[in-house]
Design a binder for this molecule. Structure first.
Ligand SMILES: [Zn+2]
Ligand SMILES: [Zn+2]
Length: 367
Protein backbone atom coordinates (compact mmCIF):
# COMPACT_ATOMS: atom_id res chain seq x y z
CA UNK A 1 0.00 0.00 0.00
CA UNK A 2 2.75 2.34 1.02
CA UNK A 3 4.78 1.39 -2.06
CA UNK A 4 1.92 2.15 -4.44
CA UNK A 5 1.44 5.57 -2.79
CA UNK A 6 5.11 6.29 -3.31
CA UNK A 7 4.89 5.18 -6.93
CA UNK A 8 1.88 7.45 -7.42
CA UNK A 9 3.76 10.34 -5.87
CA UNK A 10 6.74 9.65 -8.08
CA UNK A 11 4.54 9.48 -11.19
CA UNK A 12 2.79 12.73 -10.37
CA UNK A 13 6.17 14.37 -9.72
CA UNK A 14 7.42 13.11 -13.09
CA UNK A 15 4.29 14.31 -14.89
CA UNK A 16 4.74 17.78 -13.36
CA UNK A 17 8.34 17.74 -14.56
CA UNK A 18 7.33 16.69 -18.08
CA UNK A 19 4.47 19.18 -18.38
CA UNK A 20 6.55 22.08 -17.09
CA UNK A 21 9.41 21.20 -19.39
CA UNK A 22 7.09 21.52 -22.40
CA UNK A 23 6.62 25.17 -21.48
CA UNK A 24 10.12 25.94 -20.21
CA UNK A 25 12.80 23.55 -21.35
CA UNK A 26 16.53 23.85 -21.30
CA UNK A 27 18.26 25.56 -24.19
CA UNK A 28 21.03 23.72 -26.02
CA UNK A 29 24.46 25.30 -25.93
CA UNK A 30 27.68 24.08 -27.48
CA UNK A 31 31.14 25.61 -27.26
CA UNK A 32 31.69 25.19 -31.01
CA UNK A 33 30.41 23.35 -34.07
CA UNK A 34 32.62 20.28 -33.62
CA UNK A 35 31.16 19.64 -30.18
CA UNK A 36 27.63 19.18 -31.59
CA UNK A 37 26.76 15.50 -32.14
CA UNK A 38 25.66 15.08 -35.81
CA UNK A 39 22.43 13.46 -34.69
CA UNK A 40 21.62 16.63 -32.81
CA UNK A 41 22.01 19.08 -35.66
CA UNK A 42 18.56 20.23 -36.72
CA UNK A 43 17.33 19.50 -40.22
CA UNK A 44 17.19 22.74 -42.20
CA UNK A 45 14.61 21.35 -44.61
CA UNK A 46 12.09 21.61 -41.81
CA UNK A 47 13.24 25.05 -40.70
CA UNK A 48 10.66 27.79 -40.34
CA UNK A 49 10.74 29.44 -43.76
CA UNK A 50 12.29 26.81 -46.05
CA UNK A 51 9.08 26.50 -48.13
CA UNK A 52 9.52 30.10 -49.35
CA UNK A 53 12.22 28.72 -51.68
CA UNK A 54 9.36 27.59 -53.95
CA UNK A 55 8.18 31.19 -54.45
CA UNK A 56 11.33 32.29 -56.24
CA UNK A 57 10.40 34.03 -59.50
CA UNK A 58 6.82 34.88 -58.44
CA UNK A 59 5.43 38.29 -59.32
CA UNK A 60 2.25 40.34 -59.28
CA UNK A 61 -0.85 38.78 -60.86
CA UNK A 62 0.11 35.16 -60.14
CA UNK A 63 -1.65 32.75 -57.82
CA UNK A 64 0.78 30.31 -56.19
CA UNK A 65 0.32 27.99 -53.20
CA UNK A 66 2.32 29.38 -50.26
CA UNK A 67 1.80 33.07 -51.08
CA UNK A 68 -0.63 33.38 -48.14
CA UNK A 69 2.14 32.22 -45.77
CA UNK A 70 4.51 34.79 -47.25
CA UNK A 71 1.87 37.48 -46.62
CA UNK A 72 1.83 36.36 -42.98
CA UNK A 73 5.61 36.76 -42.90
CA UNK A 74 5.38 40.30 -44.26
CA UNK A 75 2.56 41.15 -41.87
CA UNK A 76 4.63 39.89 -38.92
CA UNK A 77 7.54 42.17 -39.82
CA UNK A 78 5.35 45.20 -40.49
CA UNK A 79 5.26 45.26 -44.31
CA UNK A 80 1.52 44.50 -44.59
CA UNK A 81 -0.91 46.43 -42.39
CA UNK A 82 -2.61 44.73 -39.49
CA UNK A 83 -6.06 45.43 -40.98
CA UNK A 84 -5.56 42.61 -43.47
CA UNK A 85 -5.02 40.15 -40.65
CA UNK A 86 -6.75 36.92 -41.59
CA UNK A 87 -8.04 35.47 -44.84
CA UNK A 88 -4.81 35.88 -46.77
CA UNK A 89 -5.17 34.38 -50.26
CA UNK A 90 -2.49 32.91 -52.50
CA UNK A 91 -2.88 35.82 -54.96
CA UNK A 92 0.22 37.92 -55.53
CA UNK A 93 -1.76 41.15 -55.19
CA UNK A 94 -0.84 44.83 -54.94
CA UNK A 95 -0.40 44.80 -51.18
CA UNK A 96 2.16 41.99 -51.47
CA UNK A 97 3.96 43.73 -54.34
CA UNK A 98 4.23 46.90 -52.26
CA UNK A 99 5.44 44.85 -49.26
CA UNK A 100 8.13 43.18 -51.38
CA UNK A 101 9.25 46.55 -52.76
CA UNK A 102 9.55 48.10 -49.28
CA UNK A 103 11.39 45.02 -48.05
CA UNK A 104 13.83 45.31 -50.96
CA UNK A 105 14.43 48.99 -50.15
CA UNK A 106 15.12 48.17 -46.50
CA UNK A 107 17.57 45.42 -47.41
CA UNK A 108 19.37 47.39 -50.13
CA UNK A 109 18.08 45.16 -52.97
CA UNK A 110 16.71 46.15 -56.39
CA UNK A 111 13.21 47.44 -55.63
CA UNK A 112 11.37 45.49 -58.34
CA UNK A 113 8.42 44.22 -56.29
CA UNK A 114 9.15 40.73 -57.68
CA UNK A 115 10.42 37.74 -55.77
CA UNK A 116 13.76 37.33 -57.50
CA UNK A 117 16.29 34.83 -56.14
CA UNK A 118 18.23 37.46 -54.20
CA UNK A 119 15.10 38.67 -52.44
CA UNK A 120 13.96 35.14 -51.57
CA UNK A 121 17.40 34.28 -50.22
CA UNK A 122 17.28 37.36 -47.99
CA UNK A 123 13.76 36.45 -46.80
CA UNK A 124 14.98 32.95 -45.85
CA UNK A 125 17.76 34.18 -43.58
CA UNK A 126 17.31 33.72 -39.84
CA UNK A 127 16.45 37.00 -38.22
CA UNK A 128 15.27 39.00 -35.25
CA UNK A 129 11.55 38.80 -34.52
CA UNK A 130 11.18 42.55 -34.00
CA UNK A 131 9.31 44.17 -36.91
CA UNK A 132 11.20 46.32 -39.42
CA UNK A 133 8.25 48.66 -39.78
CA UNK A 134 6.42 49.55 -36.58
CA UNK A 135 2.95 51.13 -36.68
CA UNK A 136 3.20 51.63 -40.43
CA UNK A 137 6.16 54.00 -40.29
CA UNK A 138 9.30 52.60 -41.87
CA UNK A 139 12.00 52.55 -39.28
CA UNK A 140 14.74 51.16 -41.49
CA UNK A 141 14.97 53.18 -44.65
CA UNK A 142 13.75 56.61 -43.57
CA UNK A 143 17.28 57.87 -43.20
CA UNK A 144 18.20 61.53 -43.09
CA UNK A 145 19.57 63.16 -46.24
CA UNK A 146 23.29 62.92 -46.71
CA UNK A 147 24.92 66.35 -46.79
CA UNK A 148 27.29 65.11 -49.48
CA UNK A 149 24.84 63.77 -52.04
CA UNK A 150 21.46 65.02 -50.88
CA UNK A 151 20.20 61.44 -51.22
CA UNK A 152 18.48 59.62 -48.42
CA UNK A 153 20.94 57.42 -46.57
CA UNK A 154 19.92 54.40 -44.55
CA UNK A 155 21.01 54.36 -40.94
CA UNK A 156 20.04 53.56 -37.37
CA UNK A 157 16.45 53.95 -36.21
CA UNK A 158 14.40 54.18 -33.04
CA UNK A 159 11.03 52.81 -31.99
CA UNK A 160 8.03 55.14 -32.54
CA UNK A 161 8.13 57.89 -29.91
CA UNK A 162 11.85 57.27 -29.33
CA UNK A 163 11.52 55.48 -25.97
CA UNK A 164 14.76 55.29 -23.93
CA UNK A 165 15.82 54.67 -20.34
CA UNK A 166 15.42 57.94 -18.40
CA UNK A 167 18.51 59.85 -17.25
CA UNK A 168 18.05 58.74 -13.62
CA UNK A 169 18.40 55.14 -14.78
CA UNK A 170 21.86 54.83 -16.28
CA UNK A 171 22.96 51.87 -14.13
CA UNK A 172 20.77 48.99 -15.21
CA UNK A 173 20.57 45.51 -13.74
CA UNK A 174 19.96 42.32 -15.69
CA UNK A 175 18.97 38.81 -14.66
CA UNK A 176 18.30 35.42 -16.24
CA UNK A 177 15.06 33.47 -15.97
CA UNK A 178 16.02 30.96 -13.26
CA UNK A 179 13.98 28.24 -14.97
CA UNK A 180 16.55 28.07 -17.80
CA UNK A 181 19.34 27.20 -15.33
CA UNK A 182 22.00 28.83 -17.49
CA UNK A 183 25.65 28.03 -16.86
CA UNK A 184 28.23 30.67 -15.98
CA UNK A 185 29.73 30.27 -19.47
CA UNK A 186 26.43 31.27 -21.05
CA UNK A 187 25.93 34.14 -18.63
CA UNK A 188 29.40 35.42 -19.47
CA UNK A 189 28.39 35.65 -23.14
CA UNK A 190 25.64 38.11 -22.18
CA UNK A 191 28.04 40.03 -19.93
CA UNK A 192 30.36 40.47 -22.90
CA UNK A 193 27.44 41.53 -25.11
CA UNK A 194 26.39 44.21 -22.58
CA UNK A 195 29.97 45.51 -22.41
CA UNK A 196 29.92 46.21 -26.13
CA UNK A 197 27.18 48.82 -25.52
CA UNK A 198 28.49 50.24 -22.22
CA UNK A 199 31.85 50.89 -23.89
CA UNK A 200 30.27 53.68 -25.96
CA UNK A 201 27.62 55.07 -23.57
CA UNK A 202 27.24 56.26 -19.95
CA UNK A 203 25.17 53.10 -19.30
CA UNK A 204 26.38 50.33 -17.00
CA UNK A 205 24.98 46.81 -16.72
CA UNK A 206 25.23 44.66 -13.61
CA UNK A 207 24.02 41.09 -13.23
CA UNK A 208 21.68 40.46 -10.33
CA UNK A 209 20.19 37.22 -9.07
CA UNK A 210 16.85 38.89 -8.41
CA UNK A 211 15.01 38.16 -11.63
CA UNK A 212 11.74 39.77 -10.58
CA UNK A 213 13.16 43.18 -9.73
CA UNK A 214 15.88 43.44 -12.39
CA UNK A 215 15.55 46.09 -15.10
CA UNK A 216 16.39 43.68 -17.91
CA UNK A 217 15.11 40.10 -17.95
CA UNK A 218 16.63 37.45 -20.20
CA UNK A 219 15.08 34.06 -20.96
CA UNK A 220 14.89 31.23 -23.49
CA UNK A 221 11.39 30.13 -24.50
CA UNK A 222 9.59 27.90 -27.01
CA UNK A 223 6.69 28.75 -29.28
CA UNK A 224 3.92 30.81 -27.68
CA UNK A 225 5.37 32.04 -24.38
CA UNK A 226 2.82 34.58 -23.30
CA UNK A 227 3.81 37.90 -24.88
CA UNK A 228 1.95 37.52 -28.18
CA UNK A 229 5.19 36.99 -30.12
CA UNK A 230 5.48 33.26 -30.85
CA UNK A 231 8.76 31.59 -31.61
CA UNK A 232 8.83 29.28 -34.63
CA UNK A 233 11.25 26.43 -33.97
CA UNK A 234 14.57 25.96 -35.78
CA UNK A 235 15.88 29.12 -37.51
CA UNK A 236 13.24 31.61 -38.70
CA UNK A 237 12.98 34.10 -35.85
CA UNK A 238 15.82 33.70 -33.35
CA UNK A 239 15.00 36.19 -30.61
CA UNK A 240 13.18 39.41 -29.83
CA UNK A 241 13.37 42.19 -27.29
CA UNK A 242 11.10 45.02 -26.24
CA UNK A 243 11.76 48.76 -26.28
CA UNK A 244 12.40 50.66 -23.00
CA UNK A 245 11.22 50.44 -20.32
CA UNK A 246 9.92 46.86 -20.71
CA UNK A 247 13.35 45.28 -20.57
CA UNK A 248 12.45 41.81 -21.86
CA UNK A 249 14.93 39.87 -24.00
CA UNK A 250 13.67 36.50 -25.23
CA UNK A 251 15.53 33.88 -27.26
CA UNK A 252 14.14 30.87 -29.13
CA UNK A 253 14.89 27.74 -27.12
CA UNK A 254 14.70 25.59 -30.26
CA UNK A 255 17.86 27.05 -31.78
CA UNK A 256 21.25 25.41 -31.39
CA UNK A 257 23.38 28.07 -29.74
CA UNK A 258 27.16 28.37 -30.01
CA UNK A 259 28.70 30.07 -26.98
CA UNK A 260 32.43 29.96 -27.39
CA UNK A 261 33.59 30.09 -30.98
CA UNK A 262 35.61 33.24 -31.49
CA UNK A 263 35.71 33.04 -35.28
CA UNK A 264 32.21 31.84 -36.15
CA UNK A 265 31.34 28.17 -36.54
CA UNK A 266 30.41 28.17 -40.22
CA UNK A 267 27.51 25.88 -39.28
CA UNK A 268 24.38 25.94 -41.40
CA UNK A 269 22.05 25.67 -38.44
CA UNK A 270 23.79 26.74 -35.23
CA UNK A 271 23.64 30.41 -34.23
CA UNK A 272 26.29 32.44 -32.46
CA UNK A 273 24.73 33.46 -29.14
CA UNK A 274 26.69 36.64 -28.49
CA UNK A 275 25.95 38.01 -31.98
CA UNK A 276 22.21 37.66 -31.37
CA UNK A 277 22.51 38.97 -27.79
CA UNK A 278 24.33 42.16 -28.85
CA UNK A 279 21.58 42.87 -31.40
CA UNK A 280 18.73 42.29 -28.94
CA UNK A 281 20.36 44.48 -26.28
CA UNK A 282 20.26 47.26 -28.88
CA UNK A 283 16.45 46.91 -28.84
CA UNK A 284 16.34 46.84 -25.01
CA UNK A 285 18.08 50.24 -25.11
CA UNK A 286 15.77 51.73 -27.76
CA UNK A 287 17.36 51.08 -31.15
CA UNK A 288 15.26 49.80 -34.04
CA UNK A 289 16.58 48.07 -37.14
CA UNK A 290 19.14 49.56 -39.50
CA UNK A 291 19.59 49.12 -43.25
CA UNK A 292 23.35 49.24 -42.82
CA UNK A 293 24.38 45.65 -43.46
CA UNK A 294 27.46 45.81 -41.23
CA UNK A 295 25.49 47.29 -38.34
CA UNK A 296 24.64 45.09 -35.37
CA UNK A 297 21.06 46.36 -35.78
CA UNK A 298 20.68 44.89 -39.31
CA UNK A 299 17.76 42.44 -38.87
CA UNK A 300 19.21 39.22 -40.34
CA UNK A 301 22.26 37.14 -39.48
CA UNK A 302 23.29 33.91 -41.16
CA UNK A 303 23.87 30.77 -39.13
CA UNK A 304 27.50 30.13 -38.26
CA UNK A 305 28.41 33.82 -38.54
CA UNK A 306 29.86 35.78 -35.65
CA UNK A 307 29.14 39.53 -35.71
CA UNK A 308 29.60 41.18 -32.33
CA UNK A 309 31.43 44.48 -32.86
CA UNK A 310 29.30 47.63 -32.97
CA UNK A 311 29.43 49.43 -36.28
CA UNK A 312 29.79 53.22 -36.49
CA UNK A 313 26.05 53.30 -37.35
CA UNK A 314 25.15 51.50 -34.07
CA UNK A 315 27.37 53.81 -32.00
CA UNK A 316 25.96 56.95 -33.60
CA UNK A 317 22.42 55.72 -32.94
CA UNK A 318 22.95 54.76 -29.31
CA UNK A 319 24.81 58.01 -28.58
CA UNK A 320 21.83 60.03 -29.88
CA UNK A 321 19.81 58.34 -27.11
CA UNK A 322 22.34 58.39 -24.25
CA UNK A 323 25.40 60.43 -25.14
CA UNK A 324 28.98 59.24 -24.97
CA UNK A 325 30.85 57.25 -22.36
CA UNK A 326 32.60 59.79 -20.12
CA UNK A 327 35.38 57.25 -19.48
CA UNK A 328 35.97 56.71 -23.17
CA UNK A 329 36.90 59.48 -25.58
CA UNK A 330 33.44 58.84 -26.97
CA UNK A 331 34.21 59.50 -30.60
CA UNK A 332 33.26 57.10 -33.33
CA UNK A 333 36.63 57.30 -35.00
CA UNK A 334 38.31 54.81 -32.69
CA UNK A 335 40.24 51.82 -33.97
CA UNK A 336 37.40 49.37 -33.22
CA UNK A 337 35.63 50.25 -36.44
CA UNK A 338 38.49 49.14 -38.65
CA UNK A 339 38.78 45.70 -37.07
CA UNK A 340 35.38 44.19 -37.29
CA UNK A 341 35.16 40.64 -36.05
CA UNK A 342 33.35 38.45 -38.53
CA UNK A 343 33.84 34.85 -39.45
CA UNK A 344 34.37 35.75 -43.11
CA UNK A 345 37.21 38.19 -42.40
CA UNK A 346 39.04 35.72 -40.20
CA UNK A 347 38.55 32.93 -42.69
CA UNK A 348 39.98 35.07 -45.48
CA UNK A 349 43.04 36.08 -43.50
CA UNK A 350 43.52 32.47 -42.39
CA UNK A 351 43.33 31.30 -46.01
CA UNK A 352 45.86 33.98 -46.98
CA UNK A 353 48.28 32.82 -44.29
CA UNK A 354 47.83 29.21 -45.43
CA UNK A 355 48.53 30.22 -49.04
CA UNK A 356 51.66 32.07 -47.98
CA UNK A 357 52.91 28.99 -46.15
CA UNK A 358 52.24 26.83 -49.19
CA UNK A 359 54.00 29.35 -51.44
CA UNK A 360 57.02 29.53 -49.11
CA UNK A 361 57.05 25.72 -48.90
CA UNK A 362 56.93 25.37 -52.69
CA UNK A 363 59.72 27.96 -52.98
CA UNK A 364 61.96 25.85 -50.71
CA UNK A 365 61.03 22.70 -52.63
CA UNK A 366 61.97 24.27 -55.98
CA UNK A 367 65.25 25.59 -54.56
ZN1 LIG B 1 16.07 43.18 -34.09
ZN1 LIG C 1 8.88 36.87 -26.07
Amino acid sequence: MKISTNVKLLLSFLSVLISSSSVIAFPHFFPNISSIPPSFLPNTTTAAWTAFHNLSGCHSGQKVPGISKLKNYFRYFGYIGNNNTNNFTDEFDESLESAVRNYQLNFNLNATGELDDTTVNQILKPRCGVADIVNGSSTMHSGKASSMTGHSVAHYSFFPGTPRWPSRRRDLTYAFDPRNQLSDDVKRVFGSAFNRWSEWTPLTFTETSNYLTSDLKIGFYAGDHGDGEEFDGVLGTLAHAFAPPRGLLHLDIDETWIVDDAIGSGSTTAMDLESVAVHEIGHLLGLGHSSVEDAIMFPTISSGVRKVELDRDDVEGIQVLYGTNPDNNGTTTGPSFGERETSGGHRESLALVQMLFVAVGLGFFVL
